[in-house]
Ligand binder design. Structure first.
Ligand SMILES: Cc1cc2nc3c(=O)[nH]c(=O)nc-3n(C[C@H](O)[C@H](O)[C@H](O)COP(=O)(O)OP(=O)(O)OC[C@H]3O[C@@H](n4cnc5c(N)ncnc54)[C@H](O)[C@@H]3O)c2cc1C
Ligand code: SF4
Length: 329
């Protein structure tokens, strides 16, 4: 492991100005992703700015009904917060399906947003990887790609975005608050992560020196909510396919619906085609399956991951079924 300088900061403006000094610097919050990647020599910061003592650990309800979550709120505290459990159960379920209790206690909201792909070639500096080293090639496209994406891919990168929390946030609706050298700005959560396109090394819309200070959840949507995660093991495993669904009923018809996918796409994925297919339709199994087909109509399979199209459709249909059942309670 390379040596790096560690600096601890107590205020947001201090964090922003310290991180700005070197391009290769990184923030550290819970450390559950960053330290692994430094040990593997995938990330090589000269200086690490410890932001874990910043006053960003609060969850507060805003006057307009939105919920403002500090970037240092742990995944456990967010999942177990009474308002999140009551008004955003899809997010609570997504968070509790991630990692392990110990990791969730350390992992922070901002760090989870910023976690990197688990593509094994990305994590092995001996292998070509356009995301780690632009222009070097993609080892996964013609390699072992069982865990890779079927949606949002490019001929440069097919890596999957690994987060569960982000899928819940895309379904619930959220905004990121960023503090940087040029002040504060806000970005819609579902626009924040970028498709790989020709620049897979650019994974998100965070500018150099910027810090995520908060995530603000939209006012609660109500409806029935469910997060379904399908994986190789029952716990402590990333999703092969996951679906966050929020269904609002008017009688027996779906008046509103939001669907987001994980494990199958290069970014936390809003499945608008599935939503359009279901809105205004009777809440039946047949229509859930039609929506699932729509969600994957543009999917592209590689040599080992075609099963994810089938699995993903099943995740969508089952999550819609269970969210609808919750809406009827
Ligand atoms: C074994 C294992 C299993 C896991 N399983 C799952 C899973 O099933 N589902 C899932 O969703 N996740 C899973 N994770 C990932 C875990 O959720 C993330 O590691 C965690 O959320 C990262 O948060 P952190 O605070 O530890 O980030 P850190 O490791 O401290 O930082 C991660 C990155 O975010 C940057 N960063 C941190 N805070 C900020 C900020 N406020 N603003 C800007 N940049 C920032 C850092 O510079 C770094 O690049 C797993 C991790 C491990 C190690
Ligand atoms: S899929 Fe992306 S992260 Fe994985 S090797 Fe290819 S370029 Fe790298």
């Amino acid at each position: 492991m390379r040596a790096f300088e560690l600096e601890s900061v107590e205020a947001v403006d201090q964090a922003v100005s310290h991180r700005r000094v070197h391009d290769g610097d990184a923030f550290i919050a819970g450390g559950t992703t960053l330290l692994d990647l430094v040990k593997l020599d995938v990330m090589q910061p000269e200086k690490v700015v410890d932001v874990s003592r910043l006053p960003l650990k609060q969850i507060e309800v805003l006057d307009d009904g939105r919920l403002k979550v500090g970037a240092l709120v742990s995944n456990t505290d967010l999942a177990k917060h009474e308002i999140v459990m009551r008004d955003y159960p899809v997010l609570s379920e997504a968070l509790l399906s991630g990692a392990s209790t110990g990791l969730r206690n350390m992992a922070t909201t901002g760090g989870n947003v910023m976690q990197r792909t688990r593509c094994p070639y990305f994590r092995d500096p001996a292998m070509p990887c356009n995301k780690r080293e632009p222009g070097s090639g993609c080892s996964a496209i013609d390699g072992i790609n069982r865990n890779h994406s079927v949606l949002g891919t490019s001929d440069q990168c097919i890596a999957t975005h690994p987060s569960d929390m982000c899928v819940g946030m895309v379904a619930a609706g959220a905004t990121l608050v960023l503090e940087g050298p040029d002040g504060t700005r806000e970005v819609a959560f579902e626009d924040y992560h970028l498709l790989p396109g020709d620049t897979p090394e650019r994974e998100h819309d965070l500018k150099p020196g910027e810090l995520i200070t908060h995530v603000i959840l939209d006012a609660p949507l109500g409806g029935g909510q469910h997060y379904l995660k399908l994986r190789d093991r029952a716990s402590y495993e990333f999703a092969l396919a996951s679906c966050a669904a929020i269904v609002t009923l008017d009688g027996d018809s779906v008046s509103d619906v939001r669907v987001a996918l994980g494990g199958v796409a290069t970014k936390p994925w809003r499945a608008t085609a599935a939503e359009e297919a279901l809105k205004g339709q009777p809440a039946t199994q047949e229509n859930f399956e039609r929506a699932a087909e729509a969600a994957f109509k543009d999917a592209v399979a590689y040599s080992h991951n075609g099963y994810k199209i089938t699995l993903g459709k099943q995740a969508v249909a089952r999550a819609l079924r269970d969210a609808t059942a919750a809406a009827r309670v």
